[in-house]
Design a protein around this ligand. Structure first.
Ligand SMILES: Nc1nc(=O)c2c([nH]1)NC[C@@H]1CN(c3ccc(C(=O)N[C@@H](CCC(=O)O)C(=O)O)cc3)CN21
Ligand SMILES: O=c1ccn([C@H]2C[C@H](O)[C@@H](COP(=O)(O)O)O2)c(=O)[nH]1
Length: 280
């Protein structure tokens, strides 16, 4: 995961200091890419301990089509708490767009089910795409996440906006376009989440995993992470270790039937966790 630290240094060296929606302030660059060969191990950061349980449950939550934060809270995952209404509602976020995108005629599109079917039947297709970006459901940036949810909009617009798959020589690769990336807190989660999704889809479609290509729009370090020597500087002072392996212990009947217990991470020996405040 040397490339993760290299892009962190790139943001520090080449970034521009800007204000942002949360009022925290960021240093950012625009347009970057990381690549991970999924045959070389599972790309979970080793230079800090990453809480994989939250990542797995969040992905299973997206795949279930839920947009209710209480599903996560019931499983001990608190990463979406700051954006939800008291009843757990987050508005039409990822789960809704992935599994039941609303059409003007009242019908819905299950983009994930269609994706599995397309990879199986038309692996050479150049249309193996899922979009979370639905302009009809976008929040008003001048209102709080909760106020947007009350008005039927998403709490946040999707950060991982669009992803595409590619099949060649029996391998399945995934490229994500992430429009906005909290490099210290969000990105380690996003890398692991999409890598895991690619492993699951490969298993479901009888393919081997290929590459995860992570393309960024606005990739930023929040100034409170950057200016705290115990956060970004500490991360950069550490040397990456060997990557762990992710084992899928069972082949469920569909993409939508995986359970937390189906995943086993082997050989993860991270350095200690680094706590950081989240910008809301
Ligand atoms: N500013 C910001 N950054 C994000 O990454 C982000 C948002 N907002 N809003 C929506 C979701 C929520 N995500 C989050 C939220 C919290 C953590 C976080 O605090 N991570 C801790 C561990 C927390 C845990 O797993 O319980 C970490 O040290 O990685 C990570 C991603 C990703 N997204
Ligand atoms: O999966 C995620 C979700 C969110 N983020 C970050 C990126 C930004 O720092 C904020 C979202 O704020 P916007 O003003 O909507 O861009 O959350 C992430 O990195 N990964």
């Amino acid at each position: 995961m040397r490339q993760y630290l290299d892009l962190m240094q790139d943001i520090i060296d080449n970034g521009v200091d800007k204000g942002d929606r949360t009022g925290t302030g960021t240093r950012s660059v625009f347009g970057r890419q990381l690549r991970f060969d999924l045959q070389q191990g599972f790309p979970l950061l080793t230079t800090k301990k990453v809480h994989l349980k939250s990542i797995i449950y969040e992905l299973l939550w997206f795949l279930s089509g839920s947009t209710d934060n209480t599903w996560l809270q019931d499983r001990g995952v608190s990463i979406w708490n700051e954006w939800a209404l008291e009843n757990g509602d987050l508005g039409p976020v990822y789960g809704k767009q992935w599994r039941s995108w609303a059409c003007p005629d009242g019908s819905t599109v299950d983009q994930m089910a269609q994706l599995v079917e397309m990879i199986r039947t038309k692996p050479d297709s150049r249309r193996l795409i899922v979009s979370g970006w639905n302009p009809a459901d976008l929040p008003d940036e001048s209102l709080s996440p909760q106020e947007n949810v009350r008005r039927g909009k998403a709490a946040l617009p999707p950060c991982h906006t669009l992803f595409q798959f590619y099949v060649a020589e029996g391998r399945l690769s995934c490229q994500l376009y992430q429009r906005s990336a909290d490099y210290f807190l969000g990105v380690p989660f996003n890398i692991a989440s999409y890598s895991l999704l690619t492993l699951m889809l490969a298993q479901q479609c009888d393919l081997q995993p290929g590459e995860f290509v992570h393309t960024f729009g606005d990739v930023h370090l929040y100034s409170n992470h950057l200016n705290d020597p115990a956060i970004v500087a500490e991360q950069l002072s550490r040397t990456p270790g060997a990557l762990p392996q992710m084992k899928l212990l069972r082949r469920p009947a569909s993409l939508f039937e995986y359970q937390y217990e189906d995943f086993e991470l082997v050989g993860y020996e991270p350095q200690p966790a680094i706590r950081a405040p989240i910008a809301v």
